[in-house]
Design a protein around this ligand. Structure first.
Ligand code: SAH
Length: 214
């Protein structure tokens, strides 16, 4: 799986702005037991480079996407990271391998409960997972060095920009609800100004809740 991710990164290097990922990110991808975080009926496909169904109409992201988001958002030692869209807990586990503290929110109670239980079982004591609407972030633990949104939004939620540290990075798929989105990398400068880079087209399940609520 890690070799396939590395090949994918080489193929998309121009969009990513790099042709290799950090060794720490590749090592994290090699360590996290993805098969422990997917439903039993798709377990034999756990190490293919594909998204997989996890129930409740949701999916665990493709490993290549998890790897590039972790790399681009530059989560590292000493960092406090917020994830919006826990899903299976897989991206949270990868972030927990490279950063110090991970806070992750999932809007569907059953998925939040399952991910919390699975992350505990796997020994990820530096992840705090709970049910909640991530559109509004998690102000109690803010500010964050990095924020990773793993559901497609129609716009960047302003509370997430507010909860980003100066110097912090935010990665989020933004676009139309049912078509492809653009993966955006936002960086907050020391003076609070934000710059945005468009990385590549992606396809995520929609971000619900917040002001996107029907
Ligand atoms: N990061 C996940 C991918 C999950 S798919 C993984 O590694 O498995 C996106 C998830 O975002 C879904 O589980 C969906 O229920 C959740 N989601 C959608 N809108 C949300 C919101 N406003 N707050 C928190 N979670 C949300």
């Amino acid at each position: 799986m890690v070799k396939v991710i590395e090949a994918g990164v080489r193929d998309t290097g121009r969009s990513l702005g790099r042709d290799t990922l950090k060794p720490t990110v590749l090592a994290a991808m090699g360590r996290v037991p993805r098969h422990e975080l997917v439903p039993e009926d798709v377990r034999d496909a756990a190490y293919r480079n594909h998204p997989l169904p996890i129930g409740y109409g949701q999916t665990i992201s493709q490993p290549y996407i998890v790897a590039i988001m972790t790399d681009l958002v530059e989560a590292g030692p000493g960092d406090r990271v917020l994830e919006v869209g826990t899903g299976s807990g897989y991206q949270a586990a990868v972030l927990a391998e490279v950063a110090d503290e991970v806070y992750t929110l999932e809007i569907i109670p059953e998925l939040a409960r399952r991910a919390h239980r699975d992350l505990q079982r796997l020994g990820y004591t530096n992840v705090t997972a709970r049910q909640g609407d991530g559109y509004f972030g998690w102000p109690e633990h803010a500010p964050y060095d990095a924020i990773v949104v793993t559901a497609g939004a129609t716009h960047v939620p302003p509370p997430l920009i507010e909860q980003l540290k100066p110097g912090g990075r935010l990665i989020i798929p933004v676009g139309s609800r049912f078509l492809t989105q653009q993966l955006l990398l936002l960086t907050k400068a020391a003076d609070g100004s934000v710059t945005t880079r468009q990385v590549l087209p992606v396809r995520f399940v929609p971000l619900t809740g917040g002001r996107d609520s029907p």
